[in-house]
Design a protein around this ligand. Structure first.
Ligand code: NAD
Length: 301
């Protein structure tokens, strides 16, 4: 069992750190926010008063932070944890961040004599609590081999996607596809209603025909056909529209940097931006159907 420093004890990090403790690891957490530290102590996590203490004795350092600048700040910037950890420590960044920052973090780690992987997740807060996350991992074969057993304590599927940054690449490609497909499903329901078709009739046909996809079959954006989808609980997330917007922006940044042509990804980013600007970014991302329906924030009736 390993000694693990865990930075970022927010909505995702806290339950992930708890699953590492349940698997028998010694976990020392740290967060810049006193509220996050307090909430973590309340669920039984050990929380250090300063980041150096969390990493000094660690074999492995896990980060679950908002964006690339926070990860670089922790690795080699203001916190400079790469200079505080023992040589050979494995750094696992589970945050969703831009690919350039992920590759810069990995390079800084190897220059400091550390191993590193980017390992963003899919599965949301529910998956983090249940230990059923999917991890998309970028890094060397050696780093992946060391990271895998630790990630298995927090997830059920661990995929090695290639070298540094490729975990982030897989994550934003998947989420660009998800944002586009959710808008497509929403448009189909809006049109069907205008044509006098019931939601259930469209669902019964499309969910077993060529229009089927996860956004329809598992996460249907209108209330009724899939009782477990957020549409049935006033679009409480789930996966918030603000987080979808973040990932769509990352996908467009990557598309511009790499020369990929992604017009539907660009349109999806614009629609989610408008929806968030109307004050609905805290709703589940499937609520984009309410924007398309002209009733932003309210389930189509
Ligand atoms: P959150 O805002 O709840 O938690 C982030 C935490 O990081 C905060 O508590 C913040 O205080 C802390 N933090 C920031 N800089 C720090 C530093 N230098 N050292 C220590 N702590 C620091 O966010 P979250 O929902 O837990 O998401 C974390 C990451 O996971 C994000 O990159 C997000 O895109 C990704 N993600 C979230 C979800 C989800 O459903 N919430 C799903 C998949 C991926």
């Amino acid at each position: 069992m390993a000694t693990i420093g865990f930075l970022g004890l927010g909505n995702m990090g806290r339950p992930m750190a708890l699953n590492l403790v349940k698997a028998g690891h010694e976990v020392i957490g740290f967060d810049l926010s006193p509220e996050a530290c307090e909430a973590s102590r309340a669920v039984g996590l050990t929380v250090a008063g300063d980041a150096d203490v969390a990493v000094r004795k660690a074999d492995i350092v896990v980060t679950m932070l908002p964006a690339g600048k926070h990860v670089l700040d922790a690795y080699s910037g203001r916190m400079n944890l790469l200079s505080k950890a023992a040589r050979g420590t494995l750094f696992i960044d589970c945050s969703t961040i831009d690919i350039a920052s992920a590759r810069a973090a990995s390079e800084a780690a190897s220059s400091a004599g550390m191993l590193a992987v980017d390992a963003p997740v899919s599965g949301g807060v529910g998956g983090a609590a249940a230990g059923t996350l999917t991890f998309m991992v970028g890094g060397s074969a050696d780093a992946f081999a060391r990271a895998k057993p630790v990630l298995e304590a927090m997830g059920k599927k661990i995929v090695h996607c290639g070298g540094a940054g490729n975990g982030q690449a897989a994550k934003i490609c998947n989420n660009m596809l998800l944002g586009i497909s959710m808008i497509g499903v929403g448009e189909a329901f809006v049109l069907a209603r205008k044509l006098g078709l019931s939601d259930q009739a469209l669902f019964d046909v499309a969910s077993t025909s060529s229009g089927q996809c996860w956004s329809l079959n598992t996460y249907c954006p209108v209330p009724g056909p899939v009782p477990t989808s957020p549409a049935n609980r006033d679009y409480a997330p789930g996966f918030a529209a603000d987080l979808m917007l973040k990932d769509l922006k990352l996908s467009q940044q990557a598309a511009q940097g790499s020369g990929a042509v992604t017009p539907l990804g660009a349109a999806a980013a614009q629609l989610y931006e408008l929806f968030a600007a109307q004050g609905h970014g805290g709703l589940d991302f499937s609520a984009i159907v309410t924007f398309l329906n002209g009733t932003p924030g309210k389930a189509p009736r």
